[in-house]
Design a protein around this ligand. Structure first.
Ligand SMILES: Cc1cc2nc3c(=O)[nH]c(=O)nc-3n(C[C@H](O)[C@H](O)[C@H](O)COP(=O)(O)OP(=O)(O)OC[C@H]3O[C@@H](n4cnc5c(N)ncnc54)[C@H](O)[C@@H]3O)c2cc1C
Length: 464
């Protein structure tokens, strides 16, 4: 098979790249190892309960995701957080503490000590840090807001959203917008307050999904992509005179003018090893600790907690083995049969990769034990399902921007070879869509310039 572009990996990143290139008129093929596309973005209906195996919400603040939803024709199917989402919870000494969903929630809730809250309020008076020094999230937040705020608020957030540790992740790579607020307003708190009064930065207004779950996005992308081949594992790529040869094992080789690697970084590293050692080493250095998702469905009366929020997060020092859990059936209506509720717990990441590798039965036991005591659950679940992600979320550790630069330069060292995915602009689905758009533009530019060159040379030959 001959194509303009072979795209390796049929997750959101690969599908979105192919979709954009198809729209520009190039011939593409998406090669996906699994029997289905979507990668992490997969929703499953289990006896009337909807389980999100990976992402559960999209951030609506990024207009790109809304725009993609419109272009794919799935805007009218979008679902917004249900009315039942009234608070967020944090684990506090083995109990759930409700934190109101507004920017002053942490101040009004009795979750932090009085000295901790007073220290947090001093943030506007903390001088700017040294410019040009890359701090970890822990160092930055502790310096500006105090250690209690970092340990009890930011650590659970980083564990829950990034499956990471505040002591390891890079502040500028993970929270560049927060740094920009400090830059603009001289204080993060001042900047956030200003934004709040201008636009209302409330979670209930900024998170969405679709009625059919996040899998709706994967399905719509696949439906808009012309040539998707599932069950194809790409073994290696090698350079040829006209571009690249993609080795798909039994499925035969594919000749492509350009290749986009849209897999997890460790897979990308293996594929790069035959063509770009520098890129292979850079991709290999990105850690993607495993994650496990435990989905449980109950009859409403089995759970005594009101489940009136997004769910809960847990600081590492709480040592409960879960990074947090979502009250899935509260977040979006219609996610559980009438009279039932569903809860999704998350295990592992950088904190405890070994827990994410536990067998299914052990993970179910761990989640049921913890959720049982935190939420007052009686009896066995109606449905229970575990998803292991052996390659979880990429960790944007100190030095990540240098790694990204090396990977961005892959196409300069190897014209026609591009990388895309969740380790460039952020791990969120919206960030993957944004990166895919950039990648498709770069690929199109490359193909156009190589066609122009061919036209130029063939024109010259014709004159001779
Ligand atoms: C548990 C969990 C919860 C999350 N929650 C959220 C959330 O609420 N909101 C949010 O925005 N984001 C969330 N994320 C992050 C987001 O889902 C991912 O970052 C994003 O979906 C990654 O998409 P991708 O296409 O880059 O990679 P992937 O989804 O990993 O896709 C890569 C694809 O490449 C394929 N592949 C690998 N090797 C080969 C090969 N050799 N040949 C062919 N194909 C190959 C894989 O099978 C896979 O389908 C979550 C992630 C996880 C794991």
């Amino acid at each position: 098979m001959n194509v303009d572009v072979a795209i390796i990996g049929g997750g959101v990143s690969g599908l979105a790249t192919a979709w954009e290139l198809d729209a520009k008129g190039y011939s593409t093929v998406v090669l996906e190892r699994q029997v289905r596309t979507g990668g992490h973005a997969f929703s499953e209906n289990i006896s009337g309960f909807m389980m999100e195996h990976g992402p559960s919400t999209i951030n609506a603040f990024d207009p790109l995701a809304q725009n993609v939803s419109t272009r794919l024709g799935i805007l009218s199917d979008q679902a917004y957080l249900g009315d039942g989402v009234k608070q967020r919870y944090l684990v506090d000494n083995g109990m759930l503490k409700a934190i109101p969903i507004h920017p002053f929630g942490f101040m009004t809730a009795n979750y932090m000590s009085l000295p901790g809250r007073l220290r947090m309020m001093m943030e506007p008076f903390v001088p700017r840090g040294k410019s040009g020094t890359e701090e970890t999230i822990q160092d930055y937040i502790t310096r500006r807001f105090g250690s209690e705020f970092c340990e009890r608020i930011i650590d659970p957030l980083v564990g829950g959203l990034y499956a990471g540790r505040a002591s390891e992740l890079s502040m500028p790579s993970v929270f560049p917008k927060m740094l920009a607020l400090e830059e603009k307003y001289g204080s993060v708190a001042k900047g956030m307050l200003s934004k709040f009064f201008k636009g209302g930065n409330m979670p209930s207004k900024r998170l969405f999904s679709w009625n059919g779950g996040i899998g709706t996005l994967s399905r719509a992308l696949e439906a808009h992509v012309k040539n998707v081949q599932t069950g194809v594992t790409v073994r290696s790529i090698r350079k040829t005179k006209t571009g690249y040869q993609v080795d798909c094992g039994d499925r035969g080789p594919i000749q492509a003018k350009s290749v986009v690697i849209a897999t997890q970084p460790h897979v990308a590293s293996g594929l790069l090893s035959t063509v770009d050692v520098e890129g292979a080493e850079a991709a290999h250095s990105i850690s993607t600790p495993p994650l496990a998702v435990v989905f449980l469905g109950y009859k409403r009366e089995q759970v005594s907690h009101p489940l009136d929020g997004l769910g809960f997060l847990a600081a590492e020092m709480e040592n409960i083995g879960l990074t947090g859990a979502q009250f899935s059936s509260t977040m979006f209506p219609g996610r559980a049969p009438s009279g039932c509720v569903s809860i999704t717990a998350y295990v592992g990441g950088a904190r405890h990769p070994e827990l994410a590798r536990l067998p299914e039965q052990d993970l179910l036991q761990l989640a049921q034990k913890r959720l049982g005591s935190l939420l007052g659950i009686q009896g066995e679940p109606l449905v229970a399902r575990v998803r292991h992600w052996h390659l979880g979320l990429p960790q944007y550790q100190l030095g990540h921007s240098t790694i990204v630069q090396t990977l961005e330069d892959t196409s300069q060292r190897n014209p026609g070879l591009f990388l895309t995915g969740n380790y460039f602009k952020g791990p969120s689905v919206a960030a993957c869509l944004g990166k895919a758009q950039n990648t498709s533009s770069s690929v199109a530019e490359f193909l156009k310039s190589s066609t122009d060159q061919q036209d130029y040379f063939s024109g010259k030959q014709a004159c001779n």
